[in-house]
Design a protein around this ligand. Structure first.
Ligand code: HSE
Length: 457
């Protein structure tokens, strides 16, 4: 009975919206702090939107943590069931992260007639179809602006502002932790471990930062952004992923020498029959999806995105390139996106859009191109003993695979020691580079596996 009452009241919010925040970590506590500020942000929210937001419950198993975050006792609970049966709570804000219990709570909330706001990219990338279908069945909406790009309104851009465009490419720096680490290493000479510790202390990293540094978090975000941009459901296994956790300092130094910086990029693009992006026209082309460390020329916009900032470039057939930039991680910036989602529910615009837009619904097997068919430029670092003929044999293998060289650089060797040979290639199919690397690494005189980093452009 109580659940039925909650379902009825969720449709009639009359400018006020009752909210339950589930999870009181970095983002949860920032959202609660903003909502609790009497006359401050809450006043601002009312002034800006006309919506009054009432924080009715904060669900947190760890009550000490909730108390430390300044959550008043009267809204604190460890029992999610209280939220489900409260008819005055219309919106459940899921900020636990991870798959479970987040998935169960979200589905229960929708079934109980609550709208859902979530920052959980992992959950949406894996269970997005199920959750969106459940929301449609329940006549409720799922808002997820905070799932990608922190404070950047990229979900709004893709689902509203760019609707008139056939999108051909989405390229972004979408993980603040990795961007912070790479910035600290390249600009300030910090070690990887120290930079990661800094990202954790600042609240950018996930509780377990493995998904940040190995590229998985960026892949989750790319799956969401590509689904919205290209109108197909993107299974995670279609995204080729490598992170920054296996990068070597020496490659960051060489990047500098060649006039590049290394960024972890998430790239989704339509590619033409030659496997090349950018050239595919509106409506044409299979999708190529990848996350990997990438060398970006110093003067390009993405090269100049530093620290925890994110930037996402979207190419549309009518708009051309538009770029979205801002703080991609951290409690306060992410709370901006979460609270805007709550307000859009209070305003009634979000449920309307959600009901009408075809989001994450179209399965499109065969829409994706195998990565070995996609083309890219490359930086290769071959490690070879400085003996006559090695360079020639390497060059022969590359030309045998139709790989043309844009530049080559060999550093002077110490007597008898192996030397790095740095090679920049023109655009070439991934599969051809992989084959060539295998042959190079089997050569006599090659003392370590060849390192390959894609080059943007
Ligand atoms: N850990 C994520 C990042 C948080 O560093 O970008 C924002 O999704």
């Amino acid at each position: 009975m109580a659940v039925k009452a909650a379902r009825r009241s969720a449709t009639a919010n009359g400018g006020a919206v009752g909210v339950a925040v589930v999870g009181c970590g970095v983002i949860g506590s920032a959202v609660c702090a903003a909502l609790l500020l009497e006359g401050g942000t809450r006043g601002l929210l009312r002034r800006r939107s006309g919506v009054t937001v009432m924080l009715r419950h904060v669900v947190e198993r760890d009550q000490v943590k909730a108390a430390e975050a300044g959550i008043p006792r009267k809204v604190m609970t460890a029992d999610f069931g209280r939220v489900l049966t409260d008819p005055a709570t219309q919106v459940v804000v899921e900020l636990i992260g991870g798959l479970e219990p987040a998935r169960t709570f979200v589905l229960q909330a929708l079934r109980a007639g609550k709208h859902v706001v979530t920052a959980n990219k992992y959950l949406l990338a894996v269970h997005g179809r199920e959750i969106f279908a459940a929301a449609k069945r329940a006549g409720r909406c799922v808002q997820f602006e905070a799932s990608c790009g922190g404070a950047i309104p990229i979900i709004g851009a893709l689902t509203e502002s760019l609707l008139a465009n056939e999108i051909t490419r989405v390229v972004g720096i979408v993980n603040g932790t990795c961007n912070y680490i790479l910035t600290q290493m390249t600009r300030n000479g910090e070690s990887y471990a120290d930079a990661l510790a800094g990202a954790q202390a600042a609240g950018f990293a996930e509780r377990d930062p493995t998904f940040d540094v190995n590229g998985t978090d960026s892949a989750h975000k790319l799956a969401i952004l590509s689904s919205l941009a290209f109108g197909v459901d993107v299974p995670l296994e279609e995204i080729e992923v490598s992170g920054i956790d296996r990068l070597c300092d020496v490659d960051l130094r060489f990047a500098k020498e060649f006039g590049y910086v290394c960024k972890l990029l998430a790239i989704g693009e339509k590619v033409d029959a030659r496997g090349e992006g950018g050239g595919a026209g509106a409506g044409e082309g299979a999708l190529s999806l990848c996350v990997h460390p990438t060398f970006v020329k110093n003067d390009q916009l993405l090269a100049n995105v530093h620290g925890s900032f994110n930037a996402i470039s979207v190419a549309g057939h009518a708009a051309g390139e538009t770029v979205y930039f801002g703080r991609g991680a951290g409690g306060k910036p992410t709370s901006s996106a979460v609270i805007s989602d709550i307000l859009e529910i209070g305003l009634g615009t979000a449920p309307l859009l959600f009901a009408r837009l075809p989001l994450l619904t179209k399965k499109a097997p065969g829409a994706f191109v195998a990565r070995r068919e996609a083309a890219s430029r490359n930086y290769l670092r071959v490690t070879a003993l400085d003996v006559p003929g090695v360079m020639g044999r390497v060059a022969n293998i590359l030309s045998g695979h139709g790989i043309s060289l844009a530049g080559i650089n060999q550093h002077e060797s110490q007597a008898g020691a192996a030397v790095p040979i740095v090679i920049m290639t023109h655009g070439v199919k991934e599969g051809d580079v992989a084959e060539a690397m295998k042959e190079i690494d089997a050569l006599e005189g090659i003392t370590a596996r060849t390192v390959r980093i894609r080059v943007l452009g």
